[in-house]
Design a protein around this ligand. Structure first.
Ligand code: FIX
Ligand code: ZN
Length: 415
């Protein structure tokens, strides 16, 4: 194939990226079989916890008064506060409008009735198809928290999974040996206790292995606080080294660590009440170094951790850096992180995940990221072309497939 001309690079990369089917490696969405665990439609989109936090920057009423409202009234309040009463300039506000626009709504009306009618007219299966097609997403990885009774009940019925949805075993409550986690293990025949006494270590390993295989979980995941340390004199550190890593090694599946979240700094805000602090890169280094036969998918929440995480990935091939997580999923930061990662890691990382909690968000999170990351990639190709090097469309297409799908599956040694 003939090389891409300099003056066409931006347009070629943009087109190829739009045509590149996405593997979204971390989301909170579910297939229809999971019932109302799947959030979808414009009222869920508007009441996303990012927008709740942004609304309470202006709203004086008590938090509980908002949460006591019916969902549609909550959405009306957020729409008025963040879209009618002032310009919607935040990334989450822009995202709502991107979704509406891509779903054919004329946002100039500034009116929710038409988009509500559109959503109300669709069944969930049809809506899933519409969103996946509009977003250009081929498959998503879920966050399956079996310690949530609602989700446990679904898995107990052995649901037939829509192949576009891949499972993951999320173990936050187990890592903290939370009473709900211990009670679930005990109630389902695993003799573990909260002090790791008796056969707890082997029983937690058995639980992890049984559930990884039952769900065909692609990886084990946990979100972790900035204080997360291994090794340390703590039960959490022991569960990681004595339970999680041996099972992940045996099954050849990664442990995904999402590090740096300070949970519920403002508890009444619920999911909107979490924040961020700088975490310890030394723990990532220790784990990658001591456990070369384990694979680690890692994303960190603090901007201050990003450079050291990318440098650490240069040192350890069993470390795969992924995404611009949560408070980093904003254009100004995605730009800086992606440039740095390309400059330090070449194409050996996973640039983005959506973290979508509402199905519709796949549309805006990937539209915004494709545009931004595509522009950066085009610049990088042009920088290299200054040397006389040339690129074909075929080579660029392969690069995009690696960044947005194959790097993940190759790291898992699946597909
Ligand atoms: O721990 C996580 O998976 C976080 O992504 C979520 O808890 C968080 O609320 C979120 O959805 C951020 O985008
Ligand atoms: Zn998440």
């Amino acid at each position: 194939m003939k090389p891409v001309k300099r003056e066409e690079m931006g347009q070629v990369v943009g087109r190829i990226l739009r045509e590149t089917p996405i593997t979204d490696v971390h989301t909170h969405i579910y297939p229809a079989a999971f019932g109302d665990l799947l959030l979808w439609g414009v009222d869920e989109l508007i009441t996303y916890h990012y927008l709740i936090a942004e609304t309470f920057r202006y709203e004086e009423r008590p938090y509980e008064q908002y949460f006591a409202l019916p969902k549609r009234r909550q959405a009306d309040l957020i729409w008025k506060t963040l879209f009618t009463d002032r310009s919607p300039l935040s990334e989450a506000q822009r995202g709502v409008l991107t979704v509406m626009n891509k779903l054919g709504q004329d946002v100039r009306t500034r009116d929710l009735s038409a988009i509500r009618q559109f959503c109300d007219s669709k069944g969930v299966d049809e809506y899933i198809d519409i969103v996946f097609k509009t977003a250009g997403v081929k498959e998503v990885v879920m966050t399956n928290d079996i310690f949530n009774p609602q989700e446990f009940a679904v898995w107990s019925k052995e649901p037939k999974l829509d192949p576009r949805f891949k499972a993951v075993l999320r173990i936050d409550p187990l890592l903290s040996l939370d009473p709900t986690a211990i009670s679930l293990l005990q109630k389902t025949g695993y003799a573990a206790d909260a002090e790791l006494g008796g056969d707890s270590v082997s029983e937690i390993r058995r639980f992890l292995k049984d559930w990884m295989l039952k769900m065909d979980a692609l990886y084990v995941a946990a979100s972790l606080p900035p204080t997360f340390r291994v090794p340390e004199e703590s039960l959490r550190s022991r569960v990681v080294e004595e339970c999680v890593l041996p099972v992940c090694r045996e099954l050849n599946r990664p442990f995904a660590m999402m590090i740096g979240v300070t949970k519920r700094v403002n508890p009444p805000l619920g999911d909107a009440g979490d924040a961020v602090a700088k975490a310890d890169i030394g723990t990532v280094t220790y784990l990658c170094q001591k456990y070369p036969a384990n694979k680690f998918l890692v994303t960190m929440l603090a901007l201050e951790n990003q450079h050291e995480l990318a440098v650490t990935a240069r040192k350890f091939r069993n470390l795969m850096v992924f995404g611009c997580w949560w408070f980093l999923n904003n254009p100004s930061i995605i730009d800086r992180m992606t440039r740095m990662r390309l400059e330090l890691l070449g194409l050996s990382f996973i640039p983005q995940h959506s973290d979508a909690r509402v199905l519709d968000q796949l549309i805006y999170k990937w539209d915004h990221s494709r545009r931004l990351i595509g522009g950066i990639l085009a610049e990088k190709y042009l920088d290299v072309m200054e040397t006389g090097w040339e690129f074909t469309e075929e080579e660029i297409r392969k690069d995009m497939a690696d960044l947005f799908s194959n790097n993940f599956w190759r790291f898992l040694e699946r597909k």
